[in-house]
Design a protein around this ligand. Structure first.
Ligand SMILES: NC(=O)c1ccc[n+]([C@@H]2O[C@H](COP(=O)([O-])OP(=O)(O)OC[C@H]3O[C@@H](n4cnc5c(N)ncnc54)[C@H](O)[C@@H]3O)[C@@H](O)[C@H]2O)c1
Length: 326
């Protein structure tokens, strides 16, 4: 299939592109390199540096390259920044994404897989979270993801779009050989920060709040290996059905506290990692754990690398070989 991946030079996008190339799809990456890395783009893919919100350029590209499906991963995704600079988030995650849908309609591309987020749920009362839980995002980042999801049924009805929204929980891990991994700048995710502290690149790792109503007082999250996530995208592309919109959670259904992740990371690196306790961050729910039963039962998703030690082992391989990133 001819597949366009927006944000394909980013952390998760680079793994999706690699997997699609392995399966011999013809992949076009569109990334403006505002955050991504050329080094992470699979050389088998065709790379175009562009803003995916440029409707004219995208319509021409989609038609010219006979694109059959779009995996839309390009976004701004720092929750804290979305609170202080919401205009950037509404522009990049909502307006640019709607322009992309417009270009897809013009170029008659009817399959879309969208990178959504657990952030659409906000602070759910019940765990694990199923897809029919209330969507009440608590920050602009989550709201932009939800608003885009909510536009999709109108495009499905009017233009026959078939869209699958994948709501990721905490994505982590790397290629086991350490050649491809997570390099955000600034980094806001726990696992890379823990390994940066282990490598002495940071003084310590800050635990934001140790007085939550959880067994050890720290927040609990659900970690999913980026390779398992890539497999889910392949299933989602196949499942995108003209005129239909579906949403699936992607997590492992297991929660690990911040302290548990740090303890496991210490076992992986074989030495203590300095920690300090900081204040709670506003809008950090105590527990976020996914039910991914829907994607398992409907699309046959079967994660192979869900074990937290495996996720940490692989991430450590990347951070050791790329201590300062790509
Ligand atoms: N990392 C996670 O744990 C996580 C969790 C939930 C959802 N997500 C979503 O997954 C997607 C990928 O996340 P990531 O961690 O790989 O982020 P990332 O920042 O590494 O990748 C995003 C890529 O998109 C590019 N980009 C941004 N705006 C663009 C635009 N207008 N046009 C073209 N390219 C643009 C950036 O240069 C970057 O390469 C995002 O949509 C994010 O919101 C990530």
């Amino acid at each position: 299939m001819n597949i366009c991946v927006t944000g394909g030079a980013g952390y998760i996008g680079s793994f999706i592109v690699r997997r699609l190339c392995e399966l011999e799809h013809r992949v076009t990456v569109v990334d403006d390199l505002s955050k991504g890395h050329m080094e992470a783009v699979d050389p088998r893919a065709h790379f175009i540096q562009a803003d995916c919100g440029d409707k004219r350029a995208m319509a021409e590209l989609l038609a010219g390259r006979r694109i059959e499906a779009v995996v839309h991963m390009a976004a701004s995704s720092l929750v804290g920044e979305s609170v202080t600079a919401p205009a950037k988030y509404y522009r990049n995650n909502l307006i640019a994404s709607l322009s992309l849908l417009d270009a897809m309609a013009e170029a008659k591309v009817s399959r879309l897989v969208f990178s959504s987020s657990a952030a659409v749920y906000g602070e759910p009362e019940r765990q694990p979270i199923a897809e029919d839980a209330a969507t009440v995002p608590i920050n602009p980042y989550g709201r932009t993801k939800l608003l885009f999801e909510q536009a999709l049924p109108d495009f499905a009805a009017a233009y026959g779009l078939g869209a699958v929204c994948l709501r990721y929980f905490n994505v982590a891990g790397a290629l086991p050989d350490g050649t491809l991994g997570e390099d955000h700048n600034p980094e806001s995710h726990l696992i890379p920060l823990v390994f940066q502290a282990a490598l002495g690149l940071r003084k310590s790792i800050t635990i934001f709040g140790d007085d939550y109503p959880t067994p050890d007082g720290t927040c609990i999250r659900d970690y999913i290996h980026v390779l398992d996530l890539a497999d889910a995208h392949v299933l989602a592309i196949e499942a995108a059905e003209a005129g239909q919109v579906a949403a699936f959670n992607l997590g492992n259904g297991d929660g690990f506290s911040v302290r548990q992740v740090i303890e496991s990371a210490q076992r992986v690196v074989g030495r203590p990692i300095p920690t300090e306790i900081g204040p709670r961050r506003p809008g950090d729910p105590p527990v976020l754990v996914a039910s991914s039963e829907k994607i398992a039962s409907q699309l046959g998703w079967d994660p192979a690398r869900g074990d937290i030690e495996m996720i940490l082992d692989d991430a450590w391989a990347f951070h050791q070989s790329h201590p300062k990133g790509y």
